[in-house]
Structure formats: C-alpha cells, structure tokens
Design a protein around this ligand. Sequence first.
Ligand code: NDP
Length: 482
Amino acid sequence: MTDTRYQYIDGEWIEGDSDDEMTVRNPAVPDDPLATFPRADREQTRNAVDVATEASEAWEETTPDERDSLLYDIADLIDDNVDELAQTLTKEEGKALSSSRGEVSRAAEIFRFFASYARTATGETIPSSDPDTFTYTIREPLGTVALVTPWNFPIATPSWKLATALVTGNTVVFKPSSQTPMIAKQLVELLERAGVPDGVVNLVVGSGSTVGDELTTNDGIDGISFTGSTGVGRQIAQAAADRGIPIQTEMGGKNPQVVLPDADIEDAADAAIGGAFGLTGQACTATSRLIVHEDVIDELTDAVVERAESLSVGPGMDDPDMGPAVSEEQDETNFDYIDIAKEAGATLLTGGTRPDGLESGYYIEPTVFTDVTSDMRIAQEEVFGPVLSIMEASDFDEAIEIANDVEFGLSSSVFTADMASARRFANAIEAGVVKVNGATTGSQIQMPFGGMKASSSETQKEMGQTAYEFYTHEKAVYRTDP
Ligand code: NDP
C-alpha cells in the first residue's frame, strides 16, 4: 500500500490532519497520479513549530564536531541514493533524468560544503581602541526557522537552506512546494537516517495558504528563508516585517544575455540555448531576453533558431534536452505568453506549439521570438518556461538600458571579447549574478547567490562564505577585565 504519511513531526511520520487531499502528478503522464495523501492543517503546523522550538536548546548545544559529522553523513546518504532520488525528482517535477542526477549530487555537495561551517562560522576578534578591553563578536542561532521552497530545484534549494540552518544551530520547519512533496519526503527520510534528532527538522506538507501562512505568522518562528515567486515572497516579507523577524526572500527573474559585436557568436548561441531551454526554462536564472547588437543580430538569431529546432523534447525519464512543464498551470501560462507576445507584435521564429506525438503531457517546443521591445509584457514578466525573446540594441549603452529596464535583477550575462566592456557591464548591470561569456544559469556553491530589485529582499545572500549570516544573530562584545 502507498505510504500516505508525509508529515514528519517530532521524529514521527504521520498523516496530514486536513480533510483536503494533495495529489502529485507526473507532468509527463498527468492522468496517472503518483501519490495522493492528506495535507497538513494549521493546527498540525503549529504543533511542528512548538516541537521545533522545544528542540532548539539541546540542538544549539551540540558541538561543532557533532554537526559537522552529521552533515557529512547526510551528504553520503544522498550520494548513496542518487538513482532513487533522481527518479523521484524526474517523475514529480519532469526534468531530464541527467539534470535530476546532477541536482541530487549537488545537494550532497551542498551538505559537504556547509558541514565545514560548523567549525568556521563564528564571530571575529576586532582591534580594540581601549587596551584594557577585548572586543569581539559572537554568532548565535536564530532559534527555529521556517524554510519555504519552490518546485524547480526541489532537492538543491531545500538542501542549501537546511544545511545552513542546521549547521548554525537552528531547528527547522520545512514546507516544500505542493508540486514536489515526494522528493522532500525522501530527503527528510535521509536526514532521519543520518541521525538528526527528533524535533530538529520537521516537514509539513500542505498548501501555501494554510501551512505557508501559519509559518509566516506563527510567533514561534524566529526567521524565514523563502525561495519562490515575487508575489508570494513580498507577502511573506511584509508579514515578517510586521513581526520584526529576519526574512530572506529569493524570487523571480527576467534575466538578460547581452551580446556585443565582438563576441564569439557560436559560444553566445550555445549559452543562450542552455540558459533559455535547459530545465525547460524553469530556472529562476533562465535566460529570457537575448539582447543583441544590431551588427550581429542576424547571425546570432540564425544560430539560436537552428539550435532550438534541434533540441529533443520528451519525458524526463528518456533524458531528452527538454522535459515537460511542471504542471497544468505552468503549461497554460506558457501558452498564454505565446499569445500575449504575438498579440503585442513580436515575431515567432520557432516553437510556440505542443510537439507532435506529445499531446498528453505538458510539453511545448523551445520557443524563440524576435522583434521584442521593452514595452511588451513578454519582455517584462517572468514566464518560467522555455520562451526566449530576442531584442535589438544599437550600442552598449542601449543594451544596458534594455537589460535594466525590468523590475527584476537576478542573473545576467554579457558576451564580448573586450574585458573593458565586460567590466563596464559588471558595474552597470542591475543583477545579483553577473556572467562574462557564460550562461545566466548555473552557479558555484562557494559564491554568494541572490538577486537585486524585485528578485530579492537583498538581506543576506544564500550560499557562499557568508550564507551563515542570515541564520545567526551577531553580538558585539566589549570585555573589560576587572
Ligand atoms: P510560489 O511562490 O508559488 O511558491 C513557493 C513556495 O511558497 C511554495 O512552497 C508555496 O506553497 C509557498 N506559498 C505559496 N503561497 C504562500 C503563502 N501565502 N504563504 C506562505 N507560503 C506560500 O513559487 P513556485 O513554487 O511556483 O516557484 C517558481 C518561482 O520561484 C518562480 O518565480 C522562480 O523565479 C522562483 N525561484 C526563485 C529562485 C531564486 O533563487 N531567486 C530559485 C528558484 C525559483 P504551495 O506550493 O503549496 O503553493
């Protein structure tokens, strides 16, 4: 019989208390549900917060060695189960199997990277103006944190939040996306097997409007780390501000790749294809605007269209270049934006329809528009699907103006052979991630990650050497010896 216990509270796997059921669907075969189980309700979420709060003191007192070795054990267990985890991820989210394997391996790498924080994420000693006073800072955990995550990196995103929260001594209530609860359950099962004490990590699976809202407003929560859409993120940030607790929100993007006339056009085309259509365009850092100097726009457009038309589309389990969209809702959004772009006067160069023979899943061909201008919705709004807009610029300054003329500021890229142009771009672009001769997608764990403008609360960044800052209070200590 299928296991319907998706809630993990105080070390016990239990069923959701709500009358409402959640059905998980494979976006490649939506008529064949993968799982159905009861959602958690508000009361159960409150209970999870209480349990996590009670577990705080003992967890905070664990030694760096204990936390470090626990995170390494989690990483090893993830590596040992990469095949099973990747298959769940692909069935539930739709991405190509090799991408799922890559994401699972990255989750293991993330736990290993953050394990080292146990011994290093601490305060500083600072030169004192008074020779009798020793001045230093200490870092302490926030207490109990809520981690609210989206579906598109359903193991990597929770892993970087969980690893950082745990290693800095916080207890956790984790609310995954309703699209991807199965991989969340498997991840938490591995945390349990690795020996995370009861109550330290709690998984609550339910809707954003009940479980998510309760976590956002519950007095037992001392900090919230959220990744998801800008609309929801801003709502949560407002609620957190009202309660005066730390909030970290990483949200949507409308990421530009600028191509200057001296660029390597083949490399620029490869990057645009990978950035726009990798993961079916369902990456917050996906390339959605290709802003090209007029001298090379024809050559680059031909190269991009040729490559887009050669991509394979199909079920993630067959490991194509592009799997389906995650859900019926996202599928509708993709096709709505095709219509919106056409109606605004953009020219469809390729794609825009469901591929032949793939009528039953949420598939769409890689889609490229040209003649796109900044006043069009397709140039302003996040589609979160495989739709690339080509925009023309007459010089560097106009390219930057177009690139910055959106509310978002997550990732960006410039292709050029001239490092002075690259430097100017890095300085002028309004984005938290800047790539030179690389795709807007992809990041390294040891580099800080996060956006600007409507893409981020711009509190502390995730990942990188200082990701622990969000999860800790900093105290400045002045110790004058008697
Ligand atoms: P959503 O904002 O819809 O959901 C994100 C999470 O928030 C889910 O767990 C969701 O639960 C929950 N949620 C929804 N409503 C509320 C609420 N009122 N209170 C509290 N929690 C709530 O985003 P998606 O899951 O659709 O993810 C796609 C979005 O995420 C895109 O905009 C993408 O750009 C962004 N993203 C940003 C990244 C970044 O680092 N900047 C990285 C990856 C994605 P439920 O699923 O139950 O609705």
